[in-house]
Ligand binder design. Structure first.
Ligand code: FAD
Length: 501
């Protein structure tokens, strides 16, 4: 959803009329992992992209129909010779749609070309070469659009074709607009990036895990990267430029700033690293990566899940977190990990019952990061360490000034500071109307720890090796003597993330 660094716009033949099309597909949008948060961000981005495209003589149609049906319909108006699109690692639904469209194009003799957009490699033969490809891609030149000479339809015709569609969404969003979720389009993304690199990133490292402070000090670029309003390559190159600039300043502040930016770059690297996993194994959306975990955690407690999603778990950190997500569509990495660990490990709920519902609350929902991260936090990969968090302990450590709890759970304002993370221990608790904790966290965590570690230890070595070979990172950190692939995955996949905290 951008004109900058969009390979399609560089390779178009300026003599051939070109039409842009975006399908709001009812079949895809009704899948359980999509929500208005995503739709609103996409819709706003597209309205502004429409204007940018117009300057290139490319009208952009927004159509509320399933792609395949409408490619057929569009063929009645236009003689389609070539479809260009970007490679997308979506969910199972979009993957199946892509296959159907590919089949149709082949049958109808329409040429189809797809370009990569980030560091994810289609039909990757081996993970061994992945880092090299990623580095090469990120250092490639930025693409600039060509100007089309022959418009396929005039702006007036475009208005007529897309009039009904536009009104349909306008009406809908006038009623359902959420002013708190992040705002659209590539120029906002570029501004946020510039501001982050210039100043905010200096304190990134210190605030990344604090639930309140991270709202302002994290980059907040995720939805722009997810929907392609910003290219990963531009973000990486701009960051490297800033790092070079800072290296010329011999002050401690500049040194720390550079270090913070190094943390940031490693996260940008993870972006494609995780998406590559779903690209290589799309079934990760439904199935445990390691099948030995199929035997545990099978029962769904719908009532418990409902209590958590209505901020009635009785654990302030978790309840505040759900409110933060419902109100803003964002929380930091650590909070996401804690929420998954609480539901899947402490409360022993299958991650498959929860992942789509949480995806609805992330404006930046990216299936390729979401499902692999979910499996990692729920401990079902078999190759990563088991992580079980205590939200009370984390709350005390990362929200010592209770700013996060007070912002999102104002009903706890009368609770004395000493009890803010465990209000049920306070003598005035009964009058609060706030629920008792759903579970005894310490004992539930101990049971989960024993069960998950026992399952992990019993996994066959050969099964682990297969997963490591296919999915583990090959970036080596620290002790270079231990270069086995297994260690590589442990250090870069887990311990780096733990070091973050
Ligand atoms: C269970 C779970 C689900 C997640 N689901 C998503 C998702 O659907 N979409 C999404 O963009 N991120 C997801 N993340 C990763 C991470 O939490 C978000 O990218 C980050 O919080 C977004 O905020 P930011 O842009 O300020 O990140 P920053 O910390 O400023 O990082 C910059 C960019 O790096 C990438 N990034 C950061 N952390 C990670 C990570 N751990 N793994 C992969 N890429 C990362 C993102 O593109 C992010 O925008 C998930 C994490 C967990 C634990």
């Amino acid at each position: 959803m951008r004109i900058h660094d969009n390979q399609i716009l560089t390779t178009l033949d300026p003599e051939v009329p070109t039409l842009g099309v975006y399908f709001f597909e009812p079949k895809i949008m009704s899948l359980p992992d999509y929500s208005d948060f995503h739709l609103q961000f996409i819709y706003e981005s597209l309205l502004l992209l429409q204007r940018s495209f117009m300057k290139l003589w490319i009208p952009l149609l927004l159509l509320p129909y399933n792609a395949l049906e409408w490619f057929k319909k569009l063929q009645e108006y236009f003689d389609i010779s070539h479809i260009y699109s970007h490679e997308e690692t979506g969910n199972w639904g979009t993957y199946q749609r892509d296959l159907r469209v590919l089949f149709y194009c082949k049958k109808s003799e329409i040429k189809i070309t797809e370009y990569g957009t980030n560091g994810v490699v289609r039909r990757l033969k081996s993970r061994d070469s992945w880092n090299k490809i990623w580095n090469e891609r990120m250092m490639q030149k930025i693409y600039y659009p060509v100007q089309i000479q022959k418009p396929v339809i005039t702006p007036l015709e475009l208005c007529n074709i897309s009039k009904n569609t536009k009104n349909k969404y306008k009406e809908y969003f006038l009623k359902n607009w959420n002013k708190n979720i992040q705002k659209w389009w590539e120029f906002t993304g570029i501004k946020i990036l510039e501001n982050f690199l210039e100043t905010k990133s200096s304190k990134y490292m210190y605030n990344i895990s604090k639930p309140f402070e991270s709202q302002s000090w994290c980059s907040r670029l995720s939805p722009y990267i997810t929907y392609g309003c910003l290219s990963l390559k531009i973000v990486i190159q701009a960051t490297e430029n800033r790092r070079t600039e800072l290296s010329k300043l011999w002050t401690d502040t500049a040194k720390n700033h550079r270090k913070s930016l190094q943390y940031f770059v490693s996260r940008l690297h993870w972006q494609s690293h995780f998406i590559q996993k779903l690209e290589d194994e799309p079934e990760m959306e439904f199935r445990n990566l390691n099948k030995d975990f199929d035997a545990i955690r099978q029962e769904i407690d719908a009532q418990l899940i409902e209590k958590v999603f209505t901020s009635r778990s009785g654990i302030p950190y978790i309840d505040a977190l759900i409110r933060q997500l419902q109100q803003t569509g964002w929380c930091n990495f650590r909070s996401r990990a804690i929420l998954v660990s609480f539901l899947c490990n402490t409360c022993m709920q299958p991650w498959q019952a929860i992942a789509p519902r949480i995806a609805q609350l992330f404006t930046d929902y990216e299936p390729g990061i979401h499902y692999p991260q979910f499996q990692m936090q729920a401990g079902t990969t078999g190759i990563n360490t088991i992580r079980i968090y205590n939200p009370v302990y984390n709350g005390k450590q990362k929200d010592p000034e209770w700013r996060f709890i007070y912002t999102f759970l104002p009903e706890l304002k009368s609770v004395p500071v000493k009890y803010i993370h465990e209000p049920h221990l306070w003598e005035g608790f009964k009058d609060l109307g706030y629920p008792e904790p759903l579970v005894d966290i310490k004992s539930a965590n101990k049971i989960a720890k024993d069960l998950l570690w026992t399952t992990k230890w019993n996994i066959l070595k050969s099964d682990k090796e297969k997963i490591v070979k296919k999915h583990a990172s090959r970036v080596f950190h620290g002790n270079r003597k231990k270069k086995s692939i297994r260690n590589a995955s442990l250090r870069s996949g887990n311990e780096n993330q733990i070091a973050l905290f």
